[in-house]
Design a protein around this ligand. Structure first.
Ligand SMILES: O=C(O)CC1=CCC(=O)O1
Length: 260
């Protein structure tokens, strides 16, 4: 796996899949790593050259001091594409990954073909939730928020039915460096990309989770209505819909990206 330098931050990047196929870049959520895409990898790598990476402050990437910003996350992605000599890619980002996708779609339109924004929002009107989480994590580490966050990631039905997957997701979250997690929460606390949405000209699919209380169907519908020509799919899932509904999510991604 290459480590790619983005203005001094080493990013852990993986390139897999079909040589010569169209490139698809996947981008993870807060508190997860590129591993979160495992349920999609077998199917996606048959069609695409798939690039995954750990966002700065997460996984095996470096943890520079925060706060971070959506622009910084977007420039990290462009550094990866430049380093790999990739002129153009499709994008699929979930949650924070979808926020980065909005920034890229508006600010680097020539670099992206189609864009998928899953379980995400463009705006947090009230920073309290993120400021509270930052305070709790500073005092007690990620463990102090892990069960609450997992309850938002996956429905109670899923957690009961799939205790091992749930435990794996929690273990992945607990590996996140505290400084990286907090620096990302700081970026989220001021998130407002509403004005970027009309600038996204790539064909865009918005994916929402029917039970997602973190980024709601209303948030998704707002984005769909502001991004020219965007369409929307609702899955029977909470926030991490690619894990809770792996087949439906994968089908939605491949269907959208391969349709003419
Ligand atoms: O961590 C959460 O509660 C949900 C979330 C919001 C942005 C993100 O990436 O995850």
């Amino acid at each position: 796996m290459p480590m790619i330098d983005a203005d001094g931050c080493l990013l852990n990047v993986s390139v897999e899949g079909r040589d010569g196929g169209p490139t698809l870049m996947l981008s993870n959520s807060l508190g997860s790593t590129m591993q979160m895409w495992e349920p999609q990898m077998k199917a996606l790598t048959q069609v695409f050259r798939v690039i995954r990476y750990d966002r700065r402050g997460h996984g095996k990437s470096s943890v520079p001091p925060g706060p971070y910003s959506l622009e910084r996350f977007g420039r990290d992605v462009l550094a990866i594409l430049d380093d790999l000599n990739i002129a153009r890619a499709h994008w699929c980002g979930l949650s924070m990954g979808g926020m980065v996708g909005q920034w890229l779609g508006a600010n680097a339109p020539d670099r992206f073909g189609k864009i998928i924004l899953a379980n995400t929002t463009c705006h947090y009107p009230d920073p309290t939730r993120w400021n509270d989480r930052i305070k709790t994590v500073k005092e007690g580490g990620i463990a102090a928020v892990a069960d609450t966050v997992i309850a938002g990631w996956l429905t109670a039905d899923f957690r009961e039915r799939e205790p091992q997957i749930t435990a794996n997701m929690k273990a992945m979250m607990l590996t996140t460096p505290v400084e990286g997690y907090i620096a990302c929460c700081e970026a989220l606390s001021t998130l407002d990309q509403r004005e970027l949405l009309p600038k996204i000209k790539s064909p865009t699919l918005v994916i929402a989770g029917r039970h997602d209380m973190s980024t709601t169907i209303a948030d998704a519908e707002f984005m769909r209505s502001r991004i020219p020509g965007a369409s929307m799919t609702i899955l029977d899932a909470a926030h991490i819909s690619n894990v809770e509904q792996p087949h439906a999510f994968t089908d939605a991604v491949i269907g959208f990206l391969t349709q003419r």
